[in-house]
Design a protein around this ligand. Structure first.
Ligand code: MRU
Length: 364
């Protein structure tokens, strides 16, 4: 995507081969900063502290983290240490495990001197494939938005609602939930996006709003509690969210609060779609509520808020009473029965095992 006229991905290798560059997402929307990662520890920190986040980007960052690790130690111990360190950074997004397994499978059989170049190439393939997958999701999802537009009066915008950030910042490029929005926007379909703020870390208010604004897509940021009210009043035609892990049976794990939006959508007959790249499918599990590990993060993300003051300073303030305990569950699971369809790179399918196997028969 473009920022002030320049094309960017969220992660890219530097030309001298010594570093991998990322956009530091903890500083958006107030400050656009590029950070250089040069070691395994840099990459692990970037994922853990959420300089990079979003399931597909976590996977790509982990792959590049292995590539950086190979420069220091390309032996079997170095490879295993890199995979173990990166796997421990965040528990929920399955793309992390997927990318590390792919790197290990590619590198382990090779003689040590070949591993650095092979790791660079494999990480680059993972990044390029993510872009292609998301572009395809955009095409399939845009058809759904077009169909919604055809049910409206001519020129009336399609109102979409999204949660968290599943845009290009959450991937290498394009996004998953937002790829259909960008594709439909490019096709000239009138649309407007309701952006859930997404407490506690505000990925909607900080990142999705920033992306959409830079791209010129009409949008409105809303508090997390507003979606149900909008749906009751016919103000939402379609929900599209991303996912960090979707089971082989179509249960969708995504940012905390997604489940409540799916319940409201179900109650109001609003279609609820999920942008799902295939590396986010966990084919090994069938029960999302019981089997997906839900990350619990530092309580300060709940008890504090960070923002920019009128005179330009970035400040953090406390919003809870001193001493009140807080809990910070980062994800929840939306049961498949509440999901209208999964938008994958191979097309849209029902959120069922049969639906997924129809598109990915090689997994049967
Ligand atoms: O905690 P985050 O910001 O990494 O959570 C991100 C999400 O929940 C996204 O919706 C999900 O990763 C899909 S990204 C295309």
């Amino acid at each position: 995507m473009r920022i002030d006229g320049s094309a960017y991905r969220t992660i890219w290798p530097e030309e001298d081969g010594r570093a991998v560059a990322i956009i530091d997402q903890t500083r958006l929307p107030h400050d656009f900063a590029v950070v250089r990662l040069t070691t395994l520890e840099d990459a692990a920190h970037a994922i853990r502290a959420m300089l990079v986040r979003g399931a597909p980007l976590i996977g790509a960052a982990a792959a590049y983290g292995v590539a950086l690790a190979m420069r220091a130690d390309s032996g079997d111990t170095g490879l295993e240490r890199a995979c173990a360190t990166l796997l421990a950074t965040r528990p929920t997004a399955v793309n992390l495990r997927w990318a590390l397994e792919r790197m290990r499978a590619r590198l382990a059989p090779l003689p040590e001197p070949e591993r650095v170049a092979a790791a660079d190439a494999e990480a680059a393939s993972i990044a390029d494939e993510d872009v292609a997958i998301n572009r395809a999701i955009g095409g399939h999802g845009a058809a759904l938005i077009r169909a919604a537009a055809e049910r409206k009066r001519p020129g009336e915008p399609v109102n979409l609602l999204t949660h968290c950030n599943a845009g290009w910042l959450a991937t290498v490029d394009w996004g998953t939930a937002l790829a259909p929005v960008y594709a439909a926007f490019e096709q000239g379909i009138p649309l407007h996006v309701w952006v859930d703020e997404t407490r506690p870390r505000n990925q909607g208010a900080s990142l999705t709003a920033w992306e959409l604004k830079h791209h010129g897509v009409p949008h409105t940021v809303i508090a997390d509690n507003v979606g149900g009210h909008l749906m009751q009043h016919g103000q939402v035609d379609l929900c599209i969210v991303g996912t960090d892990r979707t089971t082989a049976t179509g249960d969708v794990c995504n940012k905390i609060g997604t489940y409540l939006k799916a319940l409201a959508a179900h109650d109001n007959g609003v279609p609820f779609y999920v942008g799902l790249p295939s590396p986010t499918i966990d084919w090994t599990i069938a029960d999302g509520v019981r089997q997906i590990p839900i990350e619990e993060r530092d309580g300060r993300e709940v008890s504090e808020l960070t923002g920019r003051t009128a005179d330009g300073r970035i400040e953090t303030v406390r919003v809870t009473p001193d001493g009140s305990p807080v809990a910070n569950f980062a994800f929840d699971v939306t049961p498949a029965r509440l999901v209208t369809g999964l938008i994958t790179e191979r097309g849209v399918c029902p959120a069922t095992r049969q639906g997924l196997l129809g598109l990915f028969p090689e997994r049967g």
